[in-house]
Design a protein around this ligand. Structure first.
Ligand code: PLP
Length: 240
């Protein structure tokens, strides 16, 4: 071990602390998900040893093979699914994941919800929203505020149809930019959508905002993120 990942983790945690404090929030109101997709098992081993306990993954099959290699690790950690889910991968969600951030359609919610119900378990979940209108993005269309009433009603219907998924809030991914400030308007819009949901539904326990990555997590925290998903700033470059 070179200690690089440990140092990166420490630095990121400090920056999270500063961003939270500067916006009048407590550090533990922000959860860190360390994104480990396309990272070696050795690197994952290192970050767990350094104290990371929530790991984010995009490809359930990849997680499945890594989990087999990490099986003897005497450490507590959980996996969160943050990527687009295909129905045929649902079995891996049940096997390995403790939360899903990326429910991006009614059909996948129904399928996952019914499989969870079948085995008698529940899973915390977030609705992934496409807040920018970029065509390449997954997530519920939510860039036009005039459509929000309908969208929230759709969310409520999905929840009612799949009680095994316990929906806690929203996840979003703004358009790529090297400059974190460029993400701010999208984070603001996502927070507004969360507030709109709370008002319309009367449900204030729907309160999580998963937003912010390596390039913009400090901005996300100042705009209300309760969860940041950080990969390369901690783990180094991914190998594709
Ligand atoms: C890969 C990924 C991240 C992490 O991105 P970094 O730039 O490595 O911090 C966060 N969220 C999602 C949905 C991702 O796919």
């Amino acid at each position: 071990m070179t200690g690089r990942i440990k140092d990166n983790l420490k630095e990121v945690l400090e920056k999270i602390n500063i961003a939270a404090t500067n916006s009048g929030r407590s550090t533990n109101s922000v959860q860190l998900v360390v994104v480990t997709k396309k990272q070696s098992v050795q690197n994952i081993f290192e970050v767990i040893a350094a104290g990371a306990n929530v790991l984010g993954e995009n490809y359930p099959e990849e997680t499945h093979s890594k989990a087999n290699e990490l099986i003897d690790l005497n450490q507590n950690y959980v996996w969160h699914m943050i990527g687009h889910l295909q129905s045929r991968k649902i079995k891996y969600i049940l096997e390995h994941f403790s939360m899903i951030h990326s429910i991006d359609g009614g059909e996948i919610a129904r399928e996952l919800g019914s499989e969870l119900a079948e085995v008698g378990t529940t899973l915390p979940a977030l609705f992934e929203v496409n807040i920018s209108g970029e065509e390449s993005k997954h997530g519920f269309a939510s860039w036009e505020e005039k459509n929000w009433p309908e969208l929230v009603d759709q969310f409520l219907q999905i929840q009612a149809a799949s009680p095994a998924l316990t929906f806690k809030g929203l996840m979003t991914m703004p358009p790529f930019s090297e400059n974190g400030e460029d993400s701010r308007p999208y984070f603001v819009r996502c927070r507004k959508l969360l507030e709109f949901y709370q008002k319309r539904s009367g449900d204030n326990s729907f309160c999580q905002l998963s937003m912010g990555t390596s390039l913009d997590y400090e901005v996300a925290i100042t705009e209300g993120a309760t969860c940041v998903r950080i990969g390369e700033a901690i783990m180094g470059k991914r190998i594709y």
